[in-house]
Design a protein around this ligand. Structure first.
Ligand code: GLY
Length: 534
């Protein structure tokens, strides 16, 4: 089964498994296909994280293909002469573009964990065909293109691909043809990672980045490496939870929150009751406070993963939770052992007949990243370096705070919230594969998918549809989706919460495995996704 935010790409992965490929082959093919069919988040110009579970070996691997800062990046790169954070530098200039990791990550997964039955070129072929022949723009794609028109207009190469004319984006029913992207993908098919990180593609990326104020060089691209890391592990009510370690903050804080929440009888308290939302919010606030201080790229800073994910630390934190009132964010400090990021990351999950699985989240950061296609390559550039903390306590695009641990630096990876996750039963059998887009809300969305299944006994679809809540310490606001009753909101307000109703948070793509049956749910908060199996 493949569950993804775009149905054509999901079907491509499913077909690979039908032809004898494993979950990793399917994930690689889906990853390249999404770069064509879901250009706002699917990508080869960005980066992300992949968990691979190998059923036979009982082993789960974490692949970090997060973007890196160019080698000449200084800590004050996004500040002006007087030390003020200049958001246009990190969000709207070449300085915000990280060295893309996706091609290296997908190629590594294929080389080490694929079935060996497919070459990289075979897994790329469906994406190349779709880019070359074009695909019909559906309503969802048309909406997102229209939303980004202002940015496409600034860049001739983006305009040529995504717009009908100088003023309007492609509309529903038009064909999106991406011939330059097809050629870039063909170079990967012919030469492997070298076909991306050196030569024509690399030169196109560097020219585009430097042309818009960035400093990325050919050497930055040539030296990029995807890395295998040890996944973060925790337990929750007898289940084992495995997720992404730093430079993502997702795994650490999901395990930390689960450790706190294990002290509360959530099932008895009731799903989305005022009492359970209150303890969720209290756990979220404490986790995001710690995120702001301790999390960063583990190759540069010592992240206290063991302490943050320990049961003892969570026991100490949960004792500070008052059942009567919301403790204001100002009274919660990072313990002693984030604004809203883009909605436009994307996640997909795959599971094959042998029980191998992939949980993959990747992104360009903003929708369509910088909005800029590197001329001649068809590749949209990311603006991922905005995920660094440009200056302590200066919120990034989505309100997240950070400190020195996540300061910009040469070859450093910015902190992420992406949280691909898997859950296993007490015998080690795979139970859940999940993940979501949603910026800082990724962590709390994935948390609630796990709670909905484990505590509240929901199936994959119920767990996905259920209204979600989110708190990230600062801003000190409890965000809720539609569907939390006014009575519940009243009780929460009485505890001191400032409540803000937001549009949909996240778009989870989940597979649940029960008695060897697979149940998939693609979040209906976004149109166009699918759970496809055979
Ligand atoms: N750019 C979103 C994230 O990595 O968390």
């Amino acid at each position: 089964m493949v569950v993804a935010q775009e149905a054509r790409a999901a079907a491509i992965g499913r077909n690979i498994m039908r032809q004898g490929g494993n979950a990793v082959d399917a994930a690689v093919a889906t990853g390249f296909a999404l770069a064509v069919t879901l250009p706002r988040a699917g990508n080869i110009g960005g980066g992300g994280f992949m968990l691979v579970h190998l059923a036979k070996q009982g082993k789960t691997i974490a692949i970090d293909y997060r973007e890196t800062a160019p080698a000449n990046t200084r800590p004050d790169v996004f500040l002006d002469a007087t030390g003020n954070f200049m958001r246009e530098k990190s969000q709207r200039s070449g300085l915000g573009v990280g060295v893309p990791g996706t091609v290296a990550g997908l190629a590594l997964a294929h080389r080490k964990y694929g079935s060996g039955k497919f070459t990289l070129a075979q897994l790329l072929a469906p994406a190349i065909r779709l880019a070359q022949e074009g695909l019909r723009v559906d309503a969802d794609l048309a909406d997102s293109l229209e939303w980004s028109t202002r940015r496409f207009r600034k860049y001739p190469a983006s305009r040529a691909i995504f717009m009908r004319d100088a003023t309007s984006a492609l509309r529903e029913g038009d064909m999106l043809v991406q011939k330059d992207l097809a050629r870039s993908l063909q170079r990967i098919a012919a030469q492997g990672v070298k076909g991306f990180y050196t030569g024509e593609t690399a030169m196109g990326i560097v020219a585009a980045v430097q042309g818009t104020g960035g400093t990325m060089t050919l050497a930055d691209l040539a030296s990029y490496e995807a890395k295998e890391r040890t996944p973060v592990r925790g337990t929750y009510r007898g289940h084992t939870v495995v997720s992404m370690p730093p430079p993502s903050s997702g795994g650490v804080h999901i395990v930390q929150m689960l450790n706190m929440l294990e002290h509360f009888p959530l099932a008895q308290m009731g799903h989305n009751s005022a009492a359970s939302i209150h303890v969720l919010a209290a756990a979220m606030k404490r986790a995001y406070a710690d995120r702001s201080k301790y999390l960063g790229d583990p190759d540069f800073v010592a992240v206290p993963v063991k302490a943050l994910t320990s049961k003892a630390y969570a026991a100490q934190l949960q004792r500070q939770i008052s059942m009567d009132r919301a403790i204001p964010a100002k009274d919660i400090k990072p313990g002693n052992p984030l604004p809203f990021e883009s909605d436009q990351t994307t996640h997909y999950s795959t599971v094959d007949a042998q029980g191998n699985a992939v949980s993959n989240t990747y992104t360009l950061n903003f929708t369509y990243g910088l909005g800029m296609v590197a001329a001649g390559t068809g590749i949209l550039l990311n603006n991922e370096l905005d995920d660094f903390a440009a200056k302590p306590n200066a919120p990034n695009a989505y309100g997240l705070l950070g400190g020195k641990a996540n300061a910009p630096g040469p070859r450093k990876r910015p902190l992420s919230s992406m949280s691909p996750l898997m859950v296993f039963d007490e015998k080690g059998a795979l139970e859940i594969v999940t993940g979501t887009p949603g910026g800082s809300r990724i962590i709390t969305t994935v948390l609630q998918i796990v709670l909905n299944i484990v505590d509240h006994g929901m199936n994959a679809a119920e767990a996905t549809i259920a209204p979600r809540v989110h708190h990230q310490w600062y801003p000190d606001t409890l965000n809720i989706e539609r569907g939390i009753s006014p009575d519940t909101q009243k009780l929460l307000k009485a505890k001191g919460y400032e409540i803000r109703q937001r549009r949909a948070m996240g778009a989870a793509q989940t597979i649940v495995r029960r008695h060897r049956w697979l149940y998939g749910a693609s979040d209906t908060r976004r149109a166009g996704g699918a759970a496809v199996g055979y």
